[in-house]
Design a protein around this ligand. Structure first.
Ligand code: MIG
Length: 822
């Protein structure tokens, strides 16, 4: 009998797996009951439903309404999210009216209509009454456990989902880090932070969870942030032509609805709600070099020396896991790095800062172990103080039965900190004094999905309980926020322990809100052309999801690259916020000089150009900090009305001035470039092009096609080999007049290191140029802010193809100046 049933069982298993891979049928879920009554307060309306469920709408801003639904019970008093930065909003003007069918909440911009039976929510533009987004079916939950077998932890929650009508021509963007194209229509995604080395397009989930998306139809956009940290699902018309739905394996149906119609407004609000990036030190924009791993210290010094001797810019060198004593975080291997302080000092003198990797795994080293005897700081008896302290203070994660959770990561058996405990976060943050005292300038958080070699799906962690503000909740709820809280502990620790410097943190995994604490890179990419091409939609989507400081391993992390791939990678990487070459342990070396002189010379040219562009890049980065608009942008963010940009993901813009169309395939020296309407200048030749069309351009290996938007002014400084090597003086402003002869820009400056910019210690000037009867008039505005970088010389020139343009100079002293350029 066994023999007969076995094949059947195998088949069922296979069938079961294929079903799991396909979409959940949310139409079979149980729908929320009809509205039976509602109650108003100063900012909320709470609806009670026939099935005892409750739905609450909260007016936060004229363009921001929160929806919170719980099934078959009342909305609980506890309302906590790690993602939210701003909880107290000034209640805007709003009103409520009801009729037999529905209750309508109206702000100056938005109408939320709640239909009583069935309960359907619809958002409309308050001015035009046009529908922006509406429920396709009532919010629903898995009352009958239909999806239980597919859940990570069926005992941790009930599957919930909201379904929205899919627009005929609706496009979807955002969702943070996904190995997918820019426009996510017809795709489905899962959020479950996962360590996925060597991922390729289509791999899902990967490292991060940013459950925020933007819908765009006919030029009008809205945003939805589904703030739920359980394993979540987004389906943008993948399983049906009717709906775009999102759901999660537990928690509340808790989402924020952002009215557009402009994506920039949505992104501004989203980053007001979840926070914006603090400015990193300016040197974080410098060139960075990494390798798994450079050691001993003489090897690091050799790499730095090579950089300097070859006249290649370098600001940061990264120490990967082998700097530690047997992978013990907060230690240095005493043989490889006998005197870390002297080592970092010696690099500092060459203008190079050190960033060290810090993994969450703390080596499990119980008292009986006598193994490690030497070179562990503060451990004269050979003890590993991090483990001892963490254990003693009960900061490590435990299983439901109280046993310590012991994952297997780089140190072997390890422990993870429960970062949901505020005292544990403080402890972890303060441990970083060890690095600060040793002159380390930044921290790189890896493996924080958290990865566990035992089981990358999280299965080995299923019964891990987190303190979670006293709620004692499950891994199902907390996996996706682990990295956010580790990064928070790190950031706050650096901030506390070195308060005159801006923290610099890099993370692999994340949840929404991560931008408040950390920059990111997209993990273990392949050294392939496909992976290079995928960089663009990934960076652009991250930018549309609140993460402005992004990058990837230049040249790719896994596999064998070549000179051409490395050059083309730098032609993207030299303009990404995070510009770092990195390679895996067993990979081939790929420092800029590895493939020979012709390649090295091209890479040098682009790295030098990056440093010359620092005034422009830093000004653009400050805009990200202040407004949430990313530095690395899809064209559709700047040209929302231009449908040709809606799925354009092989070109990008830096801010709103520079358009870059890199080569993303081998052996290619020509490509098509789409230029949006307006006039564009070829960056290299200043030749003018009319936009609103595709043009074909040459792109031999040494050239990446770049265009400047007419109407922009690009400020540039001297080329240098590290930030601070030279004064950014003189500044050259190249003016690219538009059709009316006008152009403008801003220039932002501060000390590049301290947090004083937050209290006004910066200098911002605006520069405007317009065509006069003869030549151009240039207005340098009076400086805003209290920072005084000293007087600088400014030079202005008009981008001109046909003839060499004249130059006019002025002393930049913070005062207003008017100049004429004939
Ligand atoms: O299991 O620290 O993504 O950048 O070099 C691999 C070693 C762990 C993964 C990171 C990669 C890093 C590597 N790490």
């Amino acid at each position: 009998m066994n023999n007969l049933t076995k094949p059947v069982a195998v088949l069922m298993v296979l069938f079961g797996q294929s079903v799991i891979a396909s979409a959940q049928d949310i139409t079979a879920l149980t729908r929320i009951g009809d509205v039976v009554s509602f109650q108003e307060s100063t900012k909320t309306v709470t609806f009670s439903c026939a099935d005892s469920s409750q739905v609450q709408l909260t007016v936060l801003a004229p363009d921001l309404i929160r929806v919170r639904a719980v099934f078959t019970k009342a909305i609980p008093a506890i309302d906590h999210s790690w993602a939210i930065a701003k909880e107290n909003w000034d209640v805007p003007r709003w009103s409520l009216r009801e009729d037999q069918q529905s209750i309508t909440i109206t702000t100056d911009e938005l109408e939320a209509v709640v239909r009583r039976s069935p309960l359907l929510i619809e958002f409309r533009d308050a001015r035009t009454h046009q529908v922006i987004n509406s429920d396709e079916q009532p919010m629903a939950y898995d009352k009958n456990g239909l999806l239980k077998s597919r859940m990570f932890d069926p005992s941790a929650g009930v599957f919930i989902a909201a379904s929205k009508k899919l627009g005929f021509d609706e496009h979807f963007y955002g969702l943070g880090e996904k190995a997918a194209r820019l426009d996510k229509r017809r795709s489905a995604f899962i959020n479950w932070n996962s360590d996925t080395p060597g991922y390729a397009e289509g791999k899902d989930p990967i490292y991060q969870t940013i459950p925020f998306f933007i819908g765009l139809e006919k030029g009008n956009a809205y945003g939805i942030f589904f703030d739920n940290s359980y394993r979540s699902y987004f389906d943008f018309g993948h399983s049906s032509q009717r709906r775009a739905w999102f759901g999660a394996e537990g928690g509340e149906l808790n989402y924020y609805f952002f009215n557009g119609p402009h994506i920039k407004q949505i992104l501004g609000r989203y980053t007001e709600l979840t926070g914006r990036m603090p400015l990193p030190p300016m040197w974080a924009l410098g060139n960075q070099q990494s390798r798994w791993s450079y050691y001993p210290e003489s090897m690091v010094e050799e790499v730095v020396k090579e950089y300097r001797e070859r006249d290649l810019p370098l600001d940061v060198i990264h120490l990967d896991i082998d700097y530690m004593k047997n992978y013990r975080v907060f230690t240095f291997d005493g043989e490889r790095f006998p005197d870390p302080r002297a080592f970092t000092k010696q690099l500092e003198q060459q203008g190079v800062k050190v960033v060290t990797i810090v993994d969450p795994g703390v080596k499990y080293q119980p008292k009986k172990s006598t193994e490690l005897q030497t070179q562990i700081p503060r451990s004269p008896d050979g003890r590993y103080y991090v483990f001892d302290e963490g254990l003693e203070k009960n900061y490590f994660q435990r299983r439901a039965n109280g046993a310590l959770f012991i994952p297997h990561v780089w140190p072997g058996e390890s422990a993870f900190v429960d970062y949901t405990k505020s005292d544990a976060r403080k402890w972890w943050g303060d441990l970083h004094r060890f690095y600060l005292d040793n002159g380390v300038a930044g921290i790189w958080n890896d493996m924080n999905e958290p990865s566990d070699f035992v089981d990358q799906t999280g299965g080995n962690q299923r019964d891990v309980v987190s303190y979670d503000e006293g709620q004692k909740t499950t891994h199902a709820k907390n996996r996706n926020i682990f990295a956010l809280l580790m990064a928070r502990a790190t950031y706050e620790g650096l901030e506390r322990n070195r308060s005159d410097r801006r923290p610099y943190v890099i993370t692999r995994a994340a949840y929404a809100g991560i931008q408040r604490y950390s920059t990111m890179w997209i993990g273990d990419t392949n050294s392939t052309w496909e992976a290079l091409a995928l960089n663009l939609p990934m960076f652009m989507s991250l930018g549309l999801s609140g993460e402005a400081f992004v990058g990837s391993d230049i040249g790719g992390f896994i596999g064998r690259g070549n000179g051409e791939l490395l050059v083309r990678s730098y032609q993207v990487g030299f303009l990404t916020p995070f510009c770092r070459n990195h390679k895996e342990l067993s990979g081939y070396d790929q420092e800029p000089w590895r493939f020979g002189k012709p390649y090295e010379d091209i890479i040098r040219k682009y790295l030098k150009l990056r440093y010359s562009l620092l005034p422009f890049l830093y000004t653009t980065l400050e805009e990200s900090h202040r407004t949430g608009m990313p530095m690395f942008r899809p064209l559709m963010l700047n040209y929302q009305d231009d449908e040709s940009t809606y799925n354009l993901d092989n070109e990008f813009m830096i801010g709103d001035a520079l358009l870059v169309a890199p080569i993303l395939k081998p052996d290619l020296t020509r490509r098509l470039v789409y230029l949006p309407k307006g006039t564009w200048y070829d960056y290299w030749t200043n030749k003018k092009f009319t936009g609103g069309q595709m043009i074909e351009v040459d792109a031999p290996l040494e050239k990446v096609p770049m265009f400047v938007r007419a109407g922009a002014i690009i400020p540039m400084g001297p080329a240098m080999n590290y930030v601070g090597e030279k004064q950014i003086d003189k500044l050259t402003f190249t003016i690219y007049p538009d059709e009316t002869g006008s152009a403008e820009t801003q220039l932002y400056e501060d000390d590049g290191l301290s947090p004083n910019y937050k209290t006004g210690a910066y200098r911002r000037i605006s520069i405007k140029a317009h065509k006069a009867a003869q030549g151009f008039v240039i207005d340098v505005g009076a400086a805003e802010g209290t920072f005084d970088p000293g007087t600088k010389s400014y030079e202005f020139l008009i981008a001109s193809y046909e003839h060499t343009s004249n130059v006019v100079s002025v002393i930049g002293d913070g005062k207003a100046h008017r100049l004429e350029l004939k």
